[in-house]
Design a protein around this ligand. Structure first.
Ligand code: ADP
Length: 489
């Protein structure tokens, strides 16, 4: 294909992608179909009526002429007088040999005689000696009625009534031409009106396009000016502006997250750097410095491992790459598994009084790995923020439609001021920013994500100094949850 044709095709494709062109074509096409259908219907009806009229003219003329002849008793030129033969009907009278003897149209030469076949047909075959036919040649449509008539004295005549359809045909052809011109003209007007109208209707959309072109990630401040009339255009502008607000907020949050994350990563690196410097200079000779530095480096690397794990989880969750597989899950076994893990871990660190108040079995729709992770986040926090020897309790119960997991601790508690923020990424209550607990501030944010993924909900109650209770409520998958209460110290 030559480049010129390709260019034209590309232009045509681009033109065809425009909404106003599509609307106009749709609108014009529909109009064209309606017009053509109406025109066909009108022409068809006119044609049918005219042809019926022709047939009627021929038959009526024959009936009136025969009636006249029956009364008049003989064939002469008087049959052409009066209204016997209707306008445009040609009557030719033939003698018994089939030769024309009378014609209501003056001719220079006598017409053709009747053929022997026609005579035989009229004399022998046709009932009442009458024969009607429509002769449809290539450019002529003729209605012919032949009738045998016998006078009282036994003379036989043949009457031929003929009516051609030239006039009607001419009229219909004229009608078709005129209707076609009208259809094409209306189509032209429709397309023109369509172009003008759709352009007018779409003009506000085009106007909106301009400010949107300026919006970049670094320049999110642009908003579409609101039109005065509160119509669809107004609603669209408001919707787009609100979407932009949300995107702007999301981008700001994302930036904040990236900056917090880099800050959080930089801090342990700085600490590790400081200790390695110290080790290089003095540490190797001083056993106390050596062990302190190694312990700090170990703690910071562990913190970084945790932080990176949390960051990866958040990154995967927001990219939709977590591969969550929600399946019917029997809860009690998993709860017990996580609880056993907690018991083992608690034996190694400062001991707490661990109490599994209830572990009812329920069927929920969940991803088992995420469900485990969720329980661990709350239990780890309970361990971190509860002083040695105090109680940590877990209760998992099922009601008619819900599965409720409550994690209670007699720990440090959270102040009213901090409570609304604990699910925010990187938020840590000031007193928690210590080496001893060393949290990343991402655990509860991840827990909130997991809870949302499971269509569950969470509530927190806490009192500073007395303890905290987190209550997570899952919808039950079915009502099969059977009680398996096994309190355990
Ligand atoms: P972190 O890694 O710091 O524990 P989280 O997102 O898990 O981060 O928790 C956010 C903050 O909420 C914590 O820094 C802590 O101050 C507070 N918090 C969470 N759980 C408890 C709890 N059981 N008792 C007291 N404070 C808690």
């Amino acid at each position: 294909m030559s480049p010129a044709i390709k260019g034209w095709l590309r232009k045509l494709q681009k033109f065809n992608q425009s909404l106003s062109v599509k609307l106009t074509f749709m609108y014009g096409g529909m109009m064209f179909l309606i017009l053509i259908f109406t025109a066909f219907l009108a022409i068809g009806s006119v044609h049918y009526l005219l042809m019926r009229q022709l047939q009627f003219d021929v038959r009526m003329s024959a009936r009136q002429t025969v009636f006249y002849l029956d009364h008049h008793g003989q064939v002469d030129a008087s049959i052409f007088q009066g209204q016997n033969v209707l306008t445009y009907v040609n009557l030719v009278v033939y003698n018994d040999k089939g030769r024309p003897i009378l014609d209501n149209i003056a001719r220079y030469e006598p017409g053709e005689p009747l053929t022997p076949g026609q005579l035989r047909q009229l004399n022998e075959t046709d009932p009442d000696g009458a024969h009607f036919e429509i002769i449809d040649t290539e450019n002529e449509l003729t209605y012919r009625y032949l009738k045998r008539w016998e006078s009282a004295d036994g003379k036989v005549y043949y009457l031929q009534f003929i009516r051609g359809a030239q006039r009607e045909r001419f009229f219909i052809e004229l009608l078709i031409r005129q209707i076609l011109v009208t259809v094409l003209a209306s189509l032209g007007v429709t397309i023109l009106a369509g172009v003008v109208l759709t352009n007018k209707v779409l003009a506000p959309l085009r106007a909106m396009k301009e400010p949107l072109k300026h919006i970049e990630v670094n320049e999110m401040g642009y908003r579409i000016p609101l039109p005065e009339s509160r119509d669809e255009q107004y609603e669209l502008a408001v919707t787009i502006n609100r979407t932009l607000d949300r995107i702007e907020h999301g981008v700001a949050q994302q930036r904040q997250f990236v900056s917090d994350a880099s800050h959080e990563l930089r801090t342990p690196i700085t600490v590790i750097n400081g200790y390695t410097d110290l080790l290089i200079r003095w540490g190797a000779q001083d056993p106390e410095t050596l062990s302190e530095s190694l312990a700090a480096i170990q703690a910071e690397t562990e913190y970084m491992r945790q932080l990176i794990e949390h960051l990866l989880f958040i990154a995967r969750a927001s990219a939709g790459e977590l591969n969550i597989r929600l399946r019917p899950l029997e809860t009690s076994e998993i709860v017990r598994e996580v609880w056993n893990g907690l018991q083992i871990a608690d034996r190694q660190g400062p001991h707490h009084e661990l109490y599994l108040a209830a572990n009812e079995s329920a069927l929920i729709e969940a991803d088992d790995a995420l469900f485990k992770q969720l329980l661990r986040i709350f239990l780890d926090n309970a361990v971190k923020y509860t002083p040695e020897g105090r109680r940590i309790m877990l209760s998992a119960t099922a009601t008619d439609a819900q599965y409720i997991v409550a994690i209670m601790d007699e720990g440090v508690g959270i102040s009213e001021k901090d409570l609304p923020n604990i699910f925010t990424r990187f938020y840590r209550v000031d007193s928690s920013r210590t080496k001893a607990t060393g949290g990343t501030g991402l655990g509860l944010a991840i827990a909130r994500d997991i809870i949302d993924m499971h269509h569950a909900s969470i509530e927190v109650t806490s009192e500073l100094g007395s303890g905290t209770t987190f209550t997570i409520t899952f919808p039950l998958l079915s009502e099969e949850g059977s009680a398996d209460i096994s309190p355990e110290e």
